[in-house]
Design a protein around this ligand. Structure first.
Ligand code: AMP
Length: 213
């Protein structure tokens, strides 16, 4: 099963993608995580990506497409995968479709986790991330046992640069301009499935599982 998760930043698609990857036992491929790992490891890709990410802008298509196209052709992806945060532009979707068509494959479902902008801004202001291991939390929806300290590794939590309110507003604008057109794109392919992302995490998960079967 080849699934794309669509939705605004902060709609909860990353959380759902992880839960779905566990349930269906297929890899969870998050381009945001890949970039953050590259930043942490000080790679050239990471340095390039960071300048865009910190401003709430998209990393240029040419830095993303080959990376994902290579990744989905690896052995562990043969039974499917969940793409989280890719594609984010029409050219990225076209690059993915072209690469998949070459190997006689295609996307089965594009799941759009729909959340209004005002909910997103509220949610993102509560997000916290671990500086050391990258685990993410929410001060209301998934708090740590001890405030400000990572449950997993005990290190300090921060508000990620791209989760700061001014950056969130910028990211939402970028989302509406560049990513939302993908909803039409996958509707035309007959792959789009809509889910109400304002429900609880478990309700959203069950709704998606009902769709995927
Ligand atoms: P995410 O964790 O998916 O919200 O991604 C964090 C940031 O990484 C985004 O705001 C972008 O700057 C960058 N990014 C992640 N995926 C992509 C993509 N497919 N295309 C362009 N930029 C991306």
């Amino acid at each position: 099963m080849k699934i794309i998760m669509l939705g605004a930043p902060g709609a909860g698609k990353g959380t759902q993608a992880k839960m779905l990857a566990d349930k269906y036992m297929i890899p969870h491929i998050s381009t945001g995580d890949i970039f953050r790992a590259n930043i942490k490891n000080g790679t050239e890709l990471g340095q390039k990506a960071k300048t865009y990410m910190d401003q709430g802008l998209l990393v240029p298509d040419e830095l993303v497409c080959d990376l994902v196209v290579d990744r989905v052709q690896q052995e562990d992806c043969k039974d499917g995968y969940i793409l989280d945060g890719f594609p984010r532009t029409i050219p990225q979707a076209e690059a993915l479709d072209a690469a998949l068509a070459n190997i006689g494959s295609k996307i089965d479902y594009a799941v759009n986790v729909e959340v209004p902008d005002e909910n997103i801004v509220n949610r993102m202001s509560g997000r916290r991330a671990c500086v050391a291991c990258g685990a993410t939390y929410h001060i209301v929806h998934s708090p740590t046992k001890e405030e400000g300290i990572c449950d997993r590794c005990g290190k300090e939590l921060i508000v990620r640069e791209d989760d700061k309110p001014e950056t969130v507003t910028k990211r939402l604008n970028v989302y509406h301009e560049q990513t939302q057109p993908l909803i039409d794109y996958y509707t035309k392919q007959g792959a789009l499935k809509e889910v109400d992302g304002t429900m609880s995490m478990d309700e959203v998960f069950n709704a998606i599982v009902n769709i995927l079967g």
